[in-house]
Design a protein around this ligand. Sequence first.
Ligand code: ACO
Length: 319
Amino acid sequence: MTFSRITGTGSYLPANVVSNDELSKIVETSNEWIVERTGIRQRHIAAEGECTSDLALHACRNALAAAGRTPEDVDLIILATSTPDMVFPSSACLLQAKLGVTKGAAFDVQAVCSGFVYALATADLFIKSGAHKCALVVGAEVFSRILDWKDRGTCVLFGDGAGAIVLEASDKPGILASELHADGRHAKILNTPGHVDRGCITGDPTLKMDGQAVFKLAVRVLEQSARSTLAGQGFAVADLDAYIAHQANVRIISFVGKKLGLAEDKCIITVDRHANTSAASIPLALDVAARDGRVKPGHLVLLQGVGGGFTWGSVLLRY
Ligand code: ACO
């Protein structure tokens, strides 16, 4: 039987770091308010002209190097993003060309902050089917481009970045289980409702959010999905070596961790340094944890995404 396994991780953050104090010069906010409500201390912001596929390119090169692979080995690219370079072609195709990959399939997945979990679950099925052998699964975003920089309720929460993994066919189990969910009835609590129509932007091109509704929904669905994914494989919460939830907010992650009864040192937190990078947040956090030794070969790891749609889901894996 063929399984899929992560053989390398990589990430990339734009050079420009913006602190909470710097934000307090453009909107009425403070470092204290942002840290207390979100845990965020800083975010990276892409340079003018730096696009999702550019950030993804660096992350993929790092992931390929970690896996000991070259672009010639890659036969599938799935890129999760809600901030693509253009309407079409997909950012995955633009990334493919920048990497110099010329074979296999390349496409984008759009599930906002659950995008990476959706992309990983999809790549796992493609590899298990035998159709593809070596995939780059990427989350990359430039959310700074869709923020209203006058709205203190949202602009302090997000950052730009990219994370990637190499997922390969293996006779040893890696991805053990995944479950994906969506409930479009909650589209109103988090959206970017603008659209391109005959050369003009219709609607509002910046992100809108009902923060408290998002908070409540996120905590509820993450706990439910964690429990059902673990139980489906016969594992208990205590069996987990690391828990990597979408990095939206320290309070959401701590809340879910407490409800599950997870030891604090198993919850990987990077939102303090990266802010919310949407689809990039999970592979960014995984790369940090794999490089600093908190995620090691053989570890049981739960990845969880939640975001606009509403969408959510979990991937349980043996690293
Ligand atoms: N600085 C200072 N004050 C602020 C700021 C800010 N940046 N933003 C809002 N406030 C003010 C509000 O105007 C309000 O003032 P008022 O009482 O005078 O009206 C006050 O702070 C309280 O506002 P609330 O929105 O009620 O604050 P809350 O405690 O709910 O915290 C937050 C807001 C942090 C957004 C919280 O609701 C939250 O964490 N929600 C989850 C949202 C999230 O993580 N979204 C990410 C995208 S979704 C995802 O990734 C899953």
